[in-house]
Design a binder for this molecule. Structure first.
Ligand code: Q46
Ligand code: ZN
Ligand code: ZN
Length: 315
């Protein structure tokens, strides 16, 4: 196996590019793909203050590392979600990376600062854990970006993630979600700009990137993800990709080029109807935002022990 660029010994093959790369040229490929994505979708300006949502997993640590290497002013944001040992360990990886590189990591702890954890909150509102978690993360990212005066929030969603979410939204024709499934969401109505610079890179490449750069990350999946439909969509797409390399890329980038715009109107109408939450001031379509309703319902609820049977069905 030889590197496509220098013909030296390769460390990774990327079937959708029909090519192999040595360490140096693979790392360069990752940087080039991120640079291209940032330019193509006008994601980040050179002087922007960037806040990277860091979970301690490979994707978020890799995107933070790539942005720092590319010279961006990027701080990290770690949210403690109170998901047992998983949260403790993932926080340790995020902190270790920040200390190692000498960069700033902002931490927000949901149980300490808002009085509930994800398993308890999800049960209190009878939602699937990932649904309660997703809305909490969005709320806390937005708030941290607003409070810290950041220009843009970065997440580590990669091509596998985006293709799987698109697959799920298409199977159910969730047109409102399809209208929002873009690599860039502009700032407006009190929401910060949000971008996904890893959409040209796959999960396997991000794991290889971390290994080759010596970045330690949490390998275990979140325990609440068990039975999650998202995992099933990823497996289905992996089977298609194995038969026809490039399928995920064509599916996702074909959607962006030829279909995404058709769903914009619905999202615009929804955004124009936004109010300010009466409790916290966040933009919301109801008088009280979903996060404040979740906090209120979770307050005083019996804490859920992980491993015990949950009443809400998985997402
Ligand atoms: S952290 Fe939260 Fe994920 Fe865990 S509860 Fe679901 S959404 S799986 S990325
Ligand atoms: Zn090479
Ligand atoms: Zn609120």
């Amino acid at each position: 196996m030889k590197c496509r660029v220098c013909r030296g010994p390769a460390v990774i093959d990327i079937r959708r590019h029909n090519a192999n790369f040595c360490q140096e040229h693979f790392l360069r490929l990752c940087r080039d793909q991120v640079t291209k994505t940032i330019a193509e979708f006008d994601m980040i300006k050179p002087d922007d203050r960037v806040l990277v949502a860091v979970s301690g997993g490979k994707d978020s640590l890799a995107v933070w590392d790539l942005l720092l290497d590319l010279g961006y002013h990027a701080d990290g944001l770690y949210l403690g979600l109170g998901i047992g040992d998983y949260s403790d360990t993932s926080g340790d990886y995020a902190r270790a990376y920040a200390t190692d590189r000498g960069v700033r990591l902002i931490e927000v702890d949901l149980p300490t600062e808002h009085g509930f954890d994800i398993p308890t909150g999800a049960r209190a509102v009878k939602r699937a854990p990932c649904s309660a978690c997703g809305l909490s993360k969005r709320h806390l990212f937005d708030k941290a970006a607003h409070d810290g005066g950041y220009d843009v929030v970065v997440t580590g969603h990669n091509l596998d993630d985006e293709a799987a979410v698109l697959f799920g939204n298409t199977l159910r024709w969730q047109t409102d979600y399809l209208g929002r499934q873009l690599p860039v969401l502009p700032a407006r109505h009190g929401f910060p700009k949000k971008v996904k610079p890893l959409v040209r890179l796959g999960e396997r490449e991000m794991a290889a990137y971390c290994v080759l750069k010596g970045i330690d990350y949490i390998v275990e999946e979140c325990p609440m993800a068990v039975g999650n439909k998202h995992i099933g969509y990823k497996e289905a797409l992996n089977a298609l990709e194995a038969e026809s390399p490039g399928t995920k890329h064509t599916f996702y980038f074909g959607f962006l080029a030829r279909a995404a715009e058709r769903f914009h109107e619905e999202v615009e109408a929804e955004r124009d109807a936004l109010l300010s939450c009466q409790r916290c001031g966040a933009p919301t379509s109801n008088e009280v935002c979903q996060f404040c309703r979740l906090s209120e319902r979770a307050a005083g609820a019996q804490p859920v022990k992980l491993g015990a049977k949950r009443s809400a069905s998985p997402a």
